[in-house]
Design a protein around this ligand. Structure first.
Ligand SMILES: [Zn+2]
Length: 479
């Protein structure tokens, strides 16, 4: 393996979060009855012409700016001609000659090393329809249905330079790209719903050389993990071919998740789409002022936010990384911090209980009833000693499920922590009398024996005693 180096470029298709399609008024809602959201324009019926969706242009520019791209102030659409059932009009409207965004970059972290990956271009295009094979894949199905609901959906295709050198780097690139697109609100970036799709161009070359080997294009990867595995497999396969004295054929290969291998799909030595300008649509002219207005709507992006969490709020690098990995968590953290000032405590609850429950219930943050205000209220109850940290976890779970205010839950469950020494005196007397051995151990210098005694008091009060106060009281008693 070490005699060779993998060279990877990624093409990522991202569905833009608009209400209507790119050139018609059809809805972009996901999961509707097949072929129920169509019209003459997105079905490509003869004589129909569309009108460009301004929101799609705005989101494409926003994505381009967030990816440090230059923005084309004069661009247009082109026809990419090919014949396939997912494309009834026989051509896809795309931007071949003049992309709306180009020459950008993305910084990624791999094994603690920062790496800048250049972005060649990000262009607007329409999605074709979706083929649904009855047998699961094109090679073993007896029939295929076409759903044109997806036809005409607005996409940007983001193309990286071939500068990634491992599956791990590709995964890091995708994670960062996904976070930026989520932060900017450009897309839902849901890989499982197809709003983010990735193809990988993979080739290998002798390590230390600069030329490019023959590449294959890998498709059909349904998760970032799958992208990583597919690239690792494909690089190994190509090295095997070369070591055996063969040559790599330029082709499209599909990733088979179950077999864990890439399989040849079609030979693609000479793709020729006969591209030419789409004269049915007007060119796009953007003013510098409008681009600046779009730029002003970009929120603080993941890298900047991570730095702020570490340097202004004193969070460890790990905590900051977890919190910024999702825009929802990052916003939740900031909003809680406005109501409760201890950043590390908030972070502990977000990276601990909140993530644990989100994973266990398999839900998104916005599907739960926890709010920054409720978390802050809960943390104040713990800080005041009204409830213990342990009770706090129980309350948190109930807030998460029901949306009740923490104070109300504490009252309903009569969870109030017992901090009143008068109430604790009798119980402590009983515990000391009932455990002479632990008392003797403690007196003879075995510090850990006190833990057992405090535990007995906690047990007797069903966890409601304030452990700090109990600890102090026992120490005082035992002199
Ligand atoms: Zn339509």
């Amino acid at each position: 393996m070490s005699r060779y180096e993998a060279v990877i470029g990624l093409e990522v298709h991202v569905e833009l979060k608009t209400k209507s399609k790119l050139f018609c008024g059809c809805s972009t809602e996901f999961g509707q009855e097949p072929n129920s959201i169509v019209c003459p324009v997105c079905l490509g019926l003869p004589g129909s012409t569309g009108v460009l969706n301004k929101k799609a242009v705005e989101l494409a520019v926003k994505a381009g700016l967030a990816l440090n791209c230059e923005i084309g102030t004069y661009t247009w659409f082109d026809r990419k001609n090919y014949f396939y059932p997912d494309l009834p009009k026989g051509f896809q409207i795309s931007q071949v000659f003049r992309p709306i965004a180009y020459k950008g970059y993305l910084d990624i972290d791999v094994n603690g090393q920062n790496k800048r990956v250049r972005i060649t271009r990000a262009h607007l295009e329409e999605d074709p329809g979706k083929l649904i094979h009855s047998g699961g894949s094109i090679t073993n199905s007896r029939s295929t249905n076409v759903d044109y609901n997806r036809s005409g959906m607005p996409l940007i295709e983001i193309v990286s330079e071939p500068e990634l050198h491992s599956g791990e780097e590709a995964k890091a690139y995708l994670e960062k790209l996904k976070a930026i697109l989520e932060y900017t609100g450009v897309s839902d970036v849901k890989m499982e719903q197809g709003s983010l799709r990735c193809d990988a161009n993979v080739s290998v070359r002798p390590a230390g050389t600069a030329g490019l080997g023959t590449k294959t294009e890998i498709k059909n990867m349904n998760s970032f993990r799958a992208v990583q595995r597919a690239i690792e497999y494909e690089a190994k396969r190509q090295i095997g071919v070369l070591e055996d004295g063969g040559r790599v054929i330029q082709e499209t290969r599909g990733w088979d998740e179950n077999k864990g291998e890439t399989l040849s799909q079609r030979n693609k030595e000479n793709p020729d789409y006969r591209c030419f300008i789409e004269h049915d649509l007007a060119p796009i002219g953007l003013t510098q002022q409008w681009i600046e207005e779009v730029k002003a709507t970009i929120p603080e992006l993941p890298d900047a936010r991570r730095k702020r969490l570490i340097h202004e709020h004193g969070l460890p690098d790990y905590d900051a990384g977890v919190i910024i990995s999702s825009f929802g968590l990052a916003e939740f953290f900031d909003a809680t911090l406005k109501k409760y000032s201890d950043a590390k405590t908030i972070s502990n609850w977000i990276t601990g209980e909140l993530l644990r429950l989100l994973n266990a219930r398999n839900v998104e943050l916005n599907e739960t009833k926890i709010t920054p205000g409720r978390l802050a209220a809960l943390l104040q109850l713990i800080e005041k000693g009204t409830i213990s940290n342990k009770m706090g976890k129980e309350v948190f779970e109930e807030v998460f499920e029901t949306g009740k205010e923490p104070e109300q839950i504490v009252k309903e469950k009569s969870m109030l922590q017992i901090s009143d020494e008068g109430q604790l005196t009798g119980i402590i007397t009983e515990v000391i009398a009932g455990n002479p051995k632990s008392v003797a151990d403690f007196k003879s210098g075995k510090e850990q024996a006190i833990g057992f005694l405090v535990g007995q008091v906690m047990k007797a009060t069903k966890g409601q005693a304030n452990p700090g106060i109990v600890n102090t009281m026992i120490r005082e008693r035992l002199g």
